[in-house]
Design a protein around this ligand. Sequence first.
Ligand code: UD2
Ligand code: MN
Length: 286
Amino acid sequence: TPDVSMETAATSEPLGPCPDTPPSLVGPLLVEFETKRSLELVRKQVGSLLQQGGRYRPPNCTARQKVAVIVPFRNRSQHLNHWLYYLHPVLMRQQLDYGVYVINQDGDGAFNRAKLMNIGFNESLKEYDYDCFAFSDVDLVPIDDRNLYRCSDHPRHLSVAVDKFNYILSSKTAFGGVSLLTQQQFLKVNGFSNTFWGWGGEDDDLYNRIIHRGMSITRPDAQIAKYKMIKHGRDLHNEVNPENAVKTQKTAENIDTDGLNSLNFTVKEIMKDVLYTLISVDVRSP
Ligand code: UD2
Ligand code: MN
């Protein structure tokens, strides 16, 4: 009788690269947020294919990119459940070697989306050698899986056509929602600014940084890069901050000293769910 265990050990040679076009994509997706989705239910539906911490890699080929998906978060658990329910199957079909990092802002100080992104970049790199970073709002779900969560030669903006804005891009310089940068691209711009407290401006500042460092942005076709945003009002402690709009005029002055190289924070807790890694942080709100 052949020794089966030896056989499996012998076949652990490196897998070939995944095809450029993932073969199991389905195109347009049905996405709705009426159904109640508990975490427990989502774990049952998609958890079996994941490793602890929301990690996945395609079983039969070597992924083209190692992607850390960074989600800024506070008090949006219903949104997170929908997001996990829809995103995991999409990212799996896209044959990515990926991990989901939910960066939770501890306490009720002014929210700082951008700083949470920088923290996600730092913390995810402590776990794995990611080469691409997908920064995504928790309320944005793609409605076409051909919209690949993959980095390219220039920073990439994926949330081109959002239902909330009638599927029309608000401006050519829009870079909020879902955006992807390679590790190199993100280091080149010194990450996000850490000083955008409250709502608005941090996405425009990142755009300015990209241009300032001589890069441009790319976008997929608007026919494919469609999203639904889960309906919500303005969160508590994330009020519009008028100072932020002023700051976006001063990117060139701040880029060298405000960003990854000036990031300070305290990790309060790291929790591994099968669907995601939750990192709770004190961002030292003013
Ligand atoms: C827009 C941008 C967003 C960001 C924001 C300004 C698009 C499609 N979206 O979104 O990327 O630039 O304006 O800051 O362009 N969050 C929490 N808890 C909170 C507050 C925020 O989890 O209490 C997170 C969550 O991931 C949320 C994101 O921050 O999706 C952005 O906040 P928002 O959804 O209130 O902002 P919105 O929809 O105006
Ligand atoms: Mn939103």
